[in-house]
Design a protein around this ligand. Sequence first.
Ligand code: NDP
Length: 503
Amino acid sequence: MTEAPRFETPITPPARVTGWAGDRATPGGGSELPVFYPATGQQISVLVEDDAASVDVAVSVARRAFDTGPWPGLSTAERIAVLERCGQVIRDNADELARLECAATGLLLRELKERHMARAAYNFRFFADFISQRAGDRYDQTPGYLTTVVREPVGVAALIAPWNAPVALATMKIAAALAFGNTCVLKPSEQTPLALARLVALLQEVLPEGVLTLVNGRGPVTGAALVAHPGVDLVSFTGGTETGRAIMSAAGQRLVPCTMELGGKSANVIFASADAERALDGALLGIFSNNGQQCLAGSRILVERSIYDDFVGRFVDRTQRIRVGDPTLAETELGPLASRPHMTRVLSYVDTAHADGGTLLTGGARRNDLGDGYFVTPTAVSVPSNAARTAQDEIFGPFATFLPFDTAEEAVAIANDTQFGLVSYVWSDHLPTVMTMTERLRSGVVWVNTPMMRELRAPFGGYKNSGVGREGGAACEAFYTEEKTVTLPKIPPPLRRLGDTGG
Ligand code: NDP
């Protein structure tokens, strides 16, 4: 019997990770939580949880920085300069940040360096560019009067991030909130705090004190205390639909605005009129990128019946060749899942598919030969109808569900038959088909003949249970600012004089 490989941790993380408020660590006060390396299942660090009192410290620091600090009142040019330095700090430390991210998430180190950290730096650059070009509105329809509309920061932003792409997703929120003059309290997922803790420490060096604070811990403890805190003025959340519901209810009690970037079960619709090779590449990337853990995964693959058997056969063949293993190696294509409970849940969907009359096409097993890490074989099933739970539930793993269709009409009906509406993919070189699909698919984004391609100026977000609100250039501006209308007479005209009876 051959021994399972021992994967080296990509970096030795700090033994203990704490939150951060102003010029010191938060008091913590909660439980001590283990952080695991998903490729080995070994504990690599301890997270000190922030209890409600500790959250209060972090929010109070951010509150003070907003109410009395320089940040909200800086000129646009000054703020742009700081944002550009933030981007540079990420570029300068990309290797360390990528290794810390890899250590807690098991995501591929190569991808983290080339895509996630590059995107994180670009998020700051993007919002620096964006605010450099914004102007206020001016109206003068009422004779003699001038009205201007200015946008002001809202206040203290609670930013809550998930575990599947912590730095890439959190920096979108941090950069946007800061660009429009807010101060922030960031709460990463308790599973993946390492890179974000280091990032916050690095950003402290270029940001005014208290502008960005950090709290750590479990959602129902630290996250709930943050959302309920009276010092928080808005909440930006990315995570699961059920958590989003709970957070929005809590925020609603205080009438605090929220954006919700939630789950998905996106249809990847492949027509016989598509470039079949490109569609195959796109379908594989759509479900197996980011270790299969992405909100915008094309996890329901709908294929026109005339090419169904051939397409599925070639998809299975390529899937079986995907290199699963050590996330630090350049040749690896699929790393471990993020946690043991998540691995168990993903694999449980093989039984679910069988119970619903489906067929396992490939995968569906743990890779025991890779040791105690959370490795699984990339998986595909076919199901008899879109009612099957593997076609309805967000599995959030390397798990594709196949269904055939006969007409565009039927493809639209299947694609839209879901509680979600985050993104859709269409593969066809027939323009009328493409136009029909883009008009009728009920999702916030439709990608045609391409896997995910995020344009930061454009709004990103979901229909139905995939979210509320949008992220992206102008959408972020609308969310992270208050509009103020100021009206004044150009040359003060005489006013009606109430109570002036001339006596
Ligand atoms: P969760 O909803 O479990 O958690 C997201 C974040 O919310 C974590 O930081 C979590 O903390 C925190 N949280 C949990 N409960 C509460 C609460 N009651 N109050 C405040 N905060 C809370 O999502 P996952 O981390 O499991 O991420 C996966 C989900 O995220 C998937 O559904 C995926 O589709 C979605 N997602 C959506 C994206 C989009 O842009 N639409 C992008 C990426 C992911 P902790 O983990 O520490 O408990």
